[in-house]
Ligand binder design. Structure first.
Ligand code: COA
Length: 282
């Protein structure tokens, strides 16, 4: 295919990307589309002035990168565009030998396998419909805010847990009005949870904690403060946490393979990661 029609995407392409998101049947709110454009390196393929394919790479130093926003307009699928977009993103990571992870959809799985990704785990999506869904519109999300002195410690605890520095992503999340819970003692931050209020729903993640008891205590607290929907994307090895979520009436609504290329295992102290930031960012 003609590479000249592939360009880098920037903030001013938000409308084009929103149309592509709609064409593949995804539901990604505007602020999230802006976040994917501003925090990563996105490429797009154009036909007759229309964006028909995209992919984004979110690099965290040379320790790890996350691949996301891989979409091909249904009218142009199975023509090699998805593979071309993904390969474009992988070029730079091959030069720097950076491992790449992703959370795959069922449709994307064969493409990722074809370009060398292997399944290393699973991410379960857990959702809790509020006690009384009709009241959701009246409930107000908890607004605790993240204090500046906590923000620095949160970013460094995340770097140890995730195994790669994600300062840029965190600062974008803080700017997006993310609220949070922070637990600290004399030795520093022992865990934290970030929450974003999106489309009448509270999306929780990252959730990083020293124990599953602490992680579940925060979620229980959230269910008391907020009677609307809550969603978390949880690594499936967190079995004790998942058992706690079931007791709090969370249901698993989707399960997606976690895939990796360029390494056998994910870096960091992953046993402390109870909810990921977002499938796009890892
Ligand atoms: C997943 C997606 C990006 C694939 O894009 P595409 O342009 O159709 O993929 P390609 O034509 O480049 O396919 C490359 C290879 O992937 C595999 N593949 C892609 N789609 C496949 C499918 N539906 N079934 C089986 N294999 C498939 C094949 O090995 C294919 O090579 P081949 O055509 O030579 O056999 C596209 O289907 C899409 O946008 N889906 C909706 C959004 C989505 O789920 N994105 C993935 C997010 S993780």
């Amino acid at each position: 295919m003609d590479d000249s029609r592939i360009t880098r995407l920037a903030k001013h392409n938000a409308d084009d990307l929103a149309m592509l998101v709609q064409a593949v049947g995804w539901n990604i709110p505007r602020d999230q589309i802006h976040l994917t454009l501003s925090t990563g390196q996105m490429v797009g393929c154009w036909r007759d002035g229309r964006l028909v394919a995209s992919a984004g790479l979110y690099t965290y130093g040379t320790e790890l990168a996350s691949l996301g926003m891989v979409m091909v307009h249904p009218a142009f699928q199975r023509q090699g565009l998805g593979r071309t977009m993904v390969n474009r993103c992988l070029q730079e990571t091959e030069r720097t030998r950076t491992p790449v992870m992703l959370v795959a959809t069922e449709q994307g799985f064969p493409l990722y396998q074809a370009v060398g990704f292997k399944a290393v785990g699973q991410i379960g999506r857990f959702e809790r419909v509020g006690d009384d869904p009709s009241q959701s519109a009246h409930a107000s999300p908890p607004s605790i805010g993240v204090a500046a002195e906590d923000a620095k410690d949160m970013v460094s605890m995340d770097a140890r847990t995730y195994g790669a520095p994600r300062d840029r992503l965190y600062h974008a999340l803080f700017r997006q009005n993310a609220t949070g819970f922070v637990c600290r003692d004399a030795s520093g931050v022992r865990g934290f949870a970030l929450c974003v209020h999106r489309q009448q729903m509270l999306v929780v993640g990252p959730l990083v904690a020293e124990s599953s008891d602490l992680a579940i205590a925060w979620v229980r607290d959230l269910t008391r403060r907020w009677n609307g929907r809550i969603r978390l994307d949880v690594p499936s090895e967190q079995t004790a946490f998942i058992a706690g979520l079931s007791q709090l009436k969370f249901r698993e609504t989707m399960i997606s393979p976690l895939m990796l290329r360029g390494a056998d295992r994910l870096p960091g102290q992953r046993n402390r990661l109870y909810a990921i930031a977002d499938p796009v960012f890892g």
